[in-house]
Ligand binder design. Sequence first.
Ligand SMILES: [Fe+2]
Length: 363
Amino acid sequence: MAPTVVENNIVLSASEKETTLADRNTHATRVAGKGADPEEKALFASVTKRIDYTPKIGTELHGIKLSQLTEQQGEELAALIAERGVVWFRDQDDLDYKEHVRLGKRWGPLHVHPLVPHSQDNPEVIVLDSRLSPPSRFNTNDSWHSDVSFEPAPASFSILKFEEIPEAGGDTIWSNGYELYDDLSPPIQHLLQGLTATHSSDIFKILTQSSGRKTFGKLNDSEHPVIRTNPVTGWKSVYTNPVFTREINGVTPAESKWILDYLGDLIAKKLQYQVRFHWEKNSVAIWDNRSTFHTGVPDFRPYQRRGVRVTVSGEKPFYDPQSGTQAKAWEATAKAIVAKQEAAEAKAKAETDAKVAASVVGA
Ligand SMILES: [Fe+2]
């Protein structure tokens, strides 16, 4: 019988007894954040500063301790993450493994990864330590993905904290799946709406074969819609990724390759879809895997880093033809921005005119 391999409280490989741990993964039975106050007033009552990195993706919030969120703030945060794709926090030193797990459990069942090493006491806490992951396909520039999309109930949210960061490098980049969908021409949108794709854990199968490691559960393959509705925002997003999507179903291999390569190119190359985050020790990122893609930047060696992640299982992915888009919702936001600019300009002009009038009177 293969023994459990443990080092520094990290379980690296399963024993026979642990090989079914990940098989208990299940899907969420409710949609966290759906129906929350759209203005997220309870959450923003505690926020001291909000920094939107780009108009459509990525927000950093100050003033929040994730270990102290109220129920309502937790729901509103889930809604904000679905809307902004990824939300970051600094200085979350008190978010220990127990609190990390508690935060994730607010939003759904926690995923146990079938292969990535985990904390000995908390199998839902995976450890991303560069010392444990020799350079592989995951450490290359083409590793854009959405977490565990090979699962029947892939991740809704991932909560990643870095306990140790490199002295330089090691940023993470996210790309916006909503905007990728919105920028496609209507005939291509129409084509993709009717398609499904097979997502596979082939990359992990190769790793287990080459290392001989025992997994914590079955390495699944799953069929998902190519265009996915986010159940919180109700917006459409592209849902294929270069790491886990093996093929588009029902088309020829050449057509499948063309579609996946084209979408993968847009994810990786369109800078306007992307946002980049520079980690500090105890920074936390929480992102919505249903509508974003992400990749690490493999530039930090020989420095090392160590992160811990809790992954929340979402619903079975679906596509609703009636769902809306970020582009449509953005029209109202853009109008409000223009109205605010015009009001500020009108106010500045009125002040200038008043000063001129006063100087004329005084002359
Ligand atoms: Fe990831």
